[in-house]
Design a protein around this ligand. Structure first.
Ligand SMILES: Cc1cc2nc3c(=O)[nH]c(=O)nc-3n(C[C@H](O)[C@H](O)[C@H](O)COP(=O)(O)O)c2cc1C
Length: 332
């Protein structure tokens, strides 16, 4: 399988998640998996063009491979934003055709673009014309009363014709009336078979699946059928699973990184961030789930959520929280 500019076998990806997959979160995830593809939160094309680019697009050099997800539906603006993203060093530009929030619908982008495959194809064409990195699409299987047969087929076909390098499908519809974005991630039923069928009918295309995947056993099962598997909430809430991705998905012979090494890397990163005027909690809020299911996890969460928010908090808070994991009985 080949995505333009990047020879790849199968891909494990951490999903774009607004307010969650920011640069600090991605750094943390990258400490645990060197090979996964990490996605930014969606950034609206207009913001990229007119906003504070360093703030919106800046990332740490260790984050590669990292994909910038854009929101928008104006081909010219998306092309400009994609070009800026490429100049910033992103390894891929991804177009959001799956987000159902009201804010997104009023701007005519996100999931409602499932109804406008020709426009999405124009957006892809415009971005492909100006960047060398892969341009990809993340979509749903349909919206509202759309028949997911033609809805997904048309979108996939039209975007491939304009050079889209991959399609990631969140394997459920978005219902644009009456459901919150959060409900739209749970209530419309998952239909993995729809995505597998797309792959069966388009063997040479890169097709990734997303939605409701909870662990690496399920990832392996999906990768029997499609080229990529993308995790959102499971990776965020239980990030420790990322420690085994390089071995189990990519066949790396390295041992999973130890917790000691994760903590060490994050303390160094936190100190650097704080020395540049940042706050500890901006980093540690993404680390709350690290010890999920392990004795002492409660103490870890408690220390981080109460002490990392205090003015002047530094990496000693991470170490203190980690002590509670190592000695849960005494600390309880
Ligand atoms: C907090 C949050 C924010 C999200 N923001 C985005 C986004 O910016 N762009 C996008 O394409 N999807 C977004 N999503 C959807 C995820 O990328 C993913 O498609 C969805 O959560 C289903 O995958 P999961 O079941 O593995 O979480 C978001 C999901 C969550 C939980």
């Amino acid at each position: 399988m080949y995505i333009t500019g990047r020879e790849c076998g199968q891909i494990f990806a951490v999903a774009p998640m607004m307010d969650w997959s920011d640069r600090h979160c991605r750094f943390f995830h990258r400490v645990m998996t060197k090979k996964s593809l990490l996605y930014t939160e969606m950034v609206v094309a207009d913001a990229v063009i007119h906003g504070d680019r360093n703030y919106l697009l800046g990332f740490d050099g260790t984050e590669h491979p990292v994909a910038l997800q854009l929101g928008g539906s104006d081909p010219r603006k998306l092309a400009d934003a994609a070009q800026i993203g490429e100049q910033f060093g992103y390894d891929e530009i991804n177009l959001n055709v799956g987000c159902p929030s009201d804010r997104v619908q009023s701007g005519t982008f996100g999931a409602c673009l499932m109804r406008e495959p020709e426009l999405v194809a124009k957006c892809v064409a415009a971005m492909k014309a100006v960047v060398d990195v892969p341009v990809t699409v993340k979509c749903r299987i349909g919206v509202d009363d759309q028949d997911p047969g033609p809805a997904l087929d048309d979108l996939a076909k039209m975007t491939w014709e304009e050079g889209s390098d991959a399609i990631w499908v969140h394997a459920r519809k978005a219902w644009l009336q009456g459901l919150s974005p959060k409900e739209n991630r749970d209530i419309p039923p998952l239909d993995y078979d729809r995505v597998f069928r797309l792959k069966d009918e388009n063997r040479s295309r890169f097709i990734g699946i997303n939605g409701g995947v909870e662990n690496l056993i399920q990832v392996a099962e999906h990768l029997e059928n499609v080229d990529g598997c993308m995790l959102g909430r499971a990776a965020y809430h239980n990030p420790s699973l990322l420690r085994e991705v390089d071995q189990r998905v990519y066949g790396s012979s390295n041992e999973p990184i130890t917790y000691d090494a994760v903590i060490d890397a994050m303390c160094g990163y936190a100190e650097q961030h704080i020395s540049q005027g940042g706050r500890l909690n901006q980093i540690t809020r993404h680390m709350i789930g690290l010890f999920q299911g392990i004795p002492g996890a409660r103490g870890w969460r408690q220390v981080l959520s109460t002490e990392a928010v205090k003015p002047g908090a530094g990496s000693e808070v991470i170490l203190k929280a980690y002590e509670r994991v190592r000695e849960p009985a005494e600390a309880a």
